[in-house]
Design a protein around this ligand. Structure first.
Ligand code: 13P
Length: 247
């Protein structure tokens, strides 16, 4: 099996004004020491300037969402081509905050994945269960169902990541146990294998949800964890670099 290419990606969500570029510069100064890839996904307003601020470093940039269409009358939306034009290499798709706040379905996320591929972006496709779904014993079936529904066949042979982000662990300080993470990541890997065969083996499965310097090493060394999607802790360069160093 081809080993996945690890990635530590920071999801800045709707945070970051011009002053935040200083944090990005600090991240860029330290990112070269990380064993895997390091990325920052800032709000779209900062994407181009952040790319310029980290130019020449190991830091990649990414968007947080894209529209399925390449252009048109879609007020307020951003096309995958626009993200690529602003220097992005990656794009987060199907984040739970978009699934919940913007009614995004697996089918829509799959269309956005096609848009990302069309624009030459590497999609980071997010999946994850609610607390109620886990308590009802449905976490595995919900998440593997999201993997099947959100990843189109066209991903075969392309660079992509899956991010497992249990919704109850996002921004709460709660994290699953290592064995819960490993159980889910193994189930996602098995689903990818069943769908794409060995072509998906290089795709890392990231963990996201309250990753911080104090828990990063344990999470990142768990079976089938190929990196992290980091929210709050990615806004502080020192914390984010400590997480990246734990790879
Ligand atoms: P936190 O790291 O703030 O829990 O956010 C996780 C997340 O949603 C990353 O996409």
């Amino acid at each position: 099996m081809t080993a996945p290419t690890p990635l530590i990606a920071g999801n800045w969500k709707m945070n970051g004004l011009t002053a935040a570029l200083d944090e990005a510069r600090k991240i860029a100064a330290g990112a070269g020491a990380a064993k895997g890839r390091v990325a920052i996904c800032p709000p779209a307003t900062l994407l181009q300037r952040l790319g310029q601020a980290v130019a020449g470093s190991a830091v990649l940039t990414g968007g947080q969402d894209c529209h399925p269409e390449p252009a048109g009358a879609f007020t307020g939306d951003v096309a995958a081509e626009m993200l690529a034009d602003a220097g992005a290499a990656l794009v987060i798709l199907g984040h739970s905050e978009r699934r919940a706040g913007h009614a995004e379905t697996d089918a829509l996320v799959a269309k956005k994945v096609l848009a990302a591929l069309r624009a030459g972006l590497e999609p980071i496709v997010c999946v994850g269960e609610t607390q109620a779904q886990r308590e009802a014993g449905h976490a595995l079936e919900v998440v593997t169902g999201q993997v099947r529904g959100s990843l189109p066949a066209e991903l075969s042979g392309k660079a992509f990541c899956v991010a497992y982000e249990p919704i109850w662990a996002i921004g709460t300080g709660l994290t699953p146990t290592t064995s819960q993470i490993e159980e889910m990541h193994r189930a996602i890997r098995a689903t990818l294998r069943a769908t794409f065969g060995a072509a998906s083996d290089p795709a890392p499965i990231l963990y996201g949800g309250s990753v911080k310097p104090s828990n990063a090493a344990e999470i990142l060394h768990a079976a089938e964890v190929g990196g992290a999607l980091v929210g709050g802790a990615s806004l502080k360069a020192d914390d984010f670099l400590e997480i990246a160093a734990a790879l």
